[in-house]
Design a protein around this ligand. Structure first.
Ligand SMILES: C[S@@+](CC[C@H](N)C(=O)[O-])C[C@H]1O[C@@H](n2cnc3c(N)ncnc32)[C@H](O)[C@@H]1O
Length: 366
């Protein structure tokens, strides 16, 4: 067969032929993601102006909007990616929502972790198939779905939430996405520091992910639960939380040096010659901090310059060194001052070799 020949549908070695998979193979997998639209599933409709509506298809359902209306039965049985022409002459594009679409449209109790941060957590937290992971709090369950997708049915996710009503919302959202109870998911209500010691054996958890107001309150519980080398990851929204968490991680001496970062995703406008960044973007969501669990009894290598503990005592003076600035020597300041005076002379006289402000006045590279 040449590369121009059409693929033989019986040839399973052809890379263009998708391998067949039993429909119930993976929870939330191909059976729910492929094939024609079915009653009981969600569909995302986009009108010509780009406005989106999420619809739960039912045999007796009717979608109504001023940009077009139709009976759900017109969509049921049609392939994903179909366009509906409504009797009023409008067009609506119908697509199955991706996980990132669903997370942003599902009902929320607490604020959710955005898809861009969930992606970072899965990658940088190294959430692997079969991993044993603990997360707290569960909030609306957004991150739980990404963690479950990554660790799979042979892993184990314990999600701890102190507010029962939030745990209920999260369970509803997660089960709606996966189409039932995920076999790897366990939700516990209570405070993480109380729940964790009863929920897991010491040194048995691969990853701990904290998304809560005061993650530093759970450092001992996390250290006890994590395997040596396990990853601790926190998502915090303010610099003050970030600082407090990082300093407490150091002080605990149970972890490697914390690493912190944020991610910014800027969408692009693509239209003819107008190819440029979007005017608007989500400027801030949160910061991520990770550290690895040290082997018990190991002392972390000391840093040369240990910053002050991350609190703001009223009587303490803020020095440049404490906020991480490089000290500037008096010599350097004298030189810069001289350069500035010299520049002023040149600006006033227009002569570079004009008598300078004093002996030794000459331009010098920094
Ligand atoms: C921002 S929400 C989490 C959002 C969630 N990660 C998501 O993506 O949907 C923070 C949650 O942490 C819970 N929480 C705060 N401190 C907690 C603790 N010590 N133990 C358990 N849950 C806690 C709060 O009740 C809240 O629901």
């Amino acid at each position: 067969m040449t590369s121009d020949d059409p693929p033989d549908s019986t040839d399973t070695t052809d890379p263009r032929t998708l391998p067949s998979m039993p429909d119930d193979d993976v929870l939330g997998g191909p059976a729910r993601r492929r094939g024609p639209f079915r009653a009981g599933e969600r569909v995302q409709l986009t009108d010509v102006k780009g406005r989106m509506h999420t619809v739960l298809l039912s045999h007796d359902g009717y979608f109504q909007s001023h940009r077009g209306s139709f009976r759900h039965t017109e969509l049921i049985g049609r392939p994903d990616g179909s366009v509906i022409d409504t009797p009023t002459g409008h067009q609506l594009l119908a697509l199955r929502p991706l996980l990132s679409d669903y997370v942003l449209s599902m009902p929320r109790g607490a604020a959710v972790i955005y898809p861009k941060d969930a992606a970072q957590i899965v990658q940088m937290g190294d959430i692997f198939p079969g991993a044993r992971v603990v997360e707290a709090g569960v909030g609306s369950g957004a991150l739980s779905m990404s963690l479950l997708s990554a660790l799979g049915e042979h892993g184990h996710l314990i999600s701890v939430e102190r507010r029962e009503e939030f745990a209920d919302i999260a369970i509803g959202n997660v089960e709606s996405w996966f189409g039932g109870q995920h076999p790897a998911w366990e939700v516990r209500t209570g405070d993480l520091a109380d729940v964790l010691p009863d929920a897991v054996d010491p040194a048995s958890v691969d990853r701990v992910v904290l998304d809560m107001l005061a993650p530093w309150e759970n450092l001992d519980a996390a250290a006890e639960a994590l395997v040596p080398g396990g990853v601790l990851l926190a998502y915090v929204t303010t610099t003050t939380q970030l600082s407090r968490f990082a300093e407490d991680v150091r002080t605990s001496e149970n972890f490697t040096e914390p690493r912190a970062w944020e991610s910014m995703v800027r969408g692009w406008h693509l239209e003819g010659l107008a190819v440029r960044p979007d005017h608007r973007m989500i400027g801030h969501t949160g910061f991520l901090v990770t550290a690895r669990r040290l082997a018990p009894g190991t002392t972390p290598p000391r840093r040369k310059h240990r910053p002050a503990k991350g609190a703001y005592p009223a009587d303490a003076e803020w020095t440049p060194e404490e906020v991480g600035e490089r000290a500037v020597s008096d010599k350097k300041i004298r030189r810069v001052r001289r350069d500035v005076r010299r520049r002023a002379v040149v600006e006033q006289t227009g002569v570079a070799s004009a008598p300078g402000p004093g002996p030794g006045a000459q331009e010098s590279p920094d």
